[in-house]
Design a protein around this ligand. Structure first.
Ligand SMILES: [Zn+2]
Length: 334
């Protein structure tokens, strides 16, 4: 998981801790106003606590016994508080129910071990930051529409677009299911409007729901980002953190490879991303309109050598879905 997301989550915990503290103080004052006896009891509890602490500091022989006694007294006083509060109409947990997660009191940790709410928050944050949250409501495996693919055998390919897409679909589902077990990378290629981006989104949604961090970006955006990052490093502190995410995130999705503007600098950094992720066994999903031959022509040998053998090439063919959708829409409207 990206350090950046981790930091953001820790910041959220700090914010929530503070707001829980404020909520607690407000409620406590309410209770004190309504039941002055509770304030007295709290003072008593504090006083006993301080006495015991002093005794421990002095190294008194009976400090251990005192601590035990303190526990007993506190328990009794707490019980008394509860009764008074109940009589005044307060709920039993009125002073304790101020946290989002009562288990870790919004710290994210219980005795230095991550609370179960921690990973949930990481996943939610990654989801928020995946910048495709809205799209994923409509583009996911459940909503994938096979009707746009013809069942007529394509003479050149020897199978129908429908049969082809079903096999790609299965491979992508399997990719998400075995994500933790089998390290794999996917390269989705073929003409425009055949559902490659849609398929990328299906994969993203599935993994985000499993609590994985997913980062999606188009190649044009990525190369622009690299360019900006290198030239105005100081002014674009945020951007460098985005690059950190790209190196670090569980799944990196790069859409529309081939549409970007390349320079020596950006293509070297591009190799760096692809290579570093490969070395650390962090999966990448790429979509491109380029044919394998064009990929070979456009990218450096070292990038190409990373793709071949290490990426599953999934070939999309058929009729442009965007045009089919338009026609379908027209028919419905008539
Ligand atoms: Zn928790």
């Amino acid at each position: 998981m990206s350090k950046y997301i981790y930091k953001q989550v820790m910041r959220d915990y700090d914010r929530d801790k503070l707001s829980a503290r404020k909520k607690y103080e407000k409620r406590l004052n309410e209770v004190y106003d309504k039941c002055p006896k509770v304030r007295e009891l709290d003072k008593k509890i504090n006083k006993v606590g301080i006495e015991v602490a002093r005794s421990i500091l002095r190294g008194d022989d009976d400090s251990k016994g005192l601590a035990e006694e303190l526990k007993m007294i506190n328990k009794a006083l707490a019980e008394e508080k509860k009764i008074i509060m109940r009589k005044a109409g307060f709920k039993e947990d009125y002073l304790t129910d101020v946290y989002i997660c009562a288990k870790c009191k919004d710290t994210g940790f219980i005795d230095n071990i991550k609370c179960e709410c921690f990973n949930k928050r990481l996943a939610e944050k990654a989801y928020d930051m995946s910048n495709i949250k809205e799209i994923l409501k409509t583009e996911n495996f459940q909503k994938f529409d096979f009707d746009f693919y013809s069942d007529k055998v394509n003479v050149k390919e020897g199978i129908s677009p429908l049969k082809n897409i079903k096999s790609i679909y299965s491979r992508c589902v399997e990719f998400t299911e075995s994500f933790d077990k089998n390290f794999a990378n996917l390269l989705l290629f073929g003409g425009a409007g055949l559902g490659k981006t849609f398929m990328c989104n299906c994969i993203a949604k599935e993994l985000l729901e499993k609590g994985k961090g997913v980062f999606y970006i188009t190649a044009a955006e990525l190369f622009k980002l690299i360019e900006n990052e290198r030239f105005d490093r100081d002014e674009n502190a945020d951007k460098s953190e985005i690059l950190n995410i790209i190196f670090d995130i569980d799944l990196f999705i790069l859409d529309d490879l081939g549409t970007e503007f390349q320079t020596a600098l950006t293509s070297s950094e591009f190799f760096n991303i692809i290579n570093t992720r490969f070395i650390h066994k962090k999966p990448v999903v790429i979509s491109t309109n380029l044919s394998p031959e064009n990929i070979v022509n456009k990218y450096s040998d070292r990038v190409v050598s990373r793709f071949y053998g290490n990426y599953d090439f999934l070939y999309f063919f058929g009729d442009d879905i965007r045009i089919l959708k338009l026609t379908k829409g027209n028919i419905i409207n008539k």
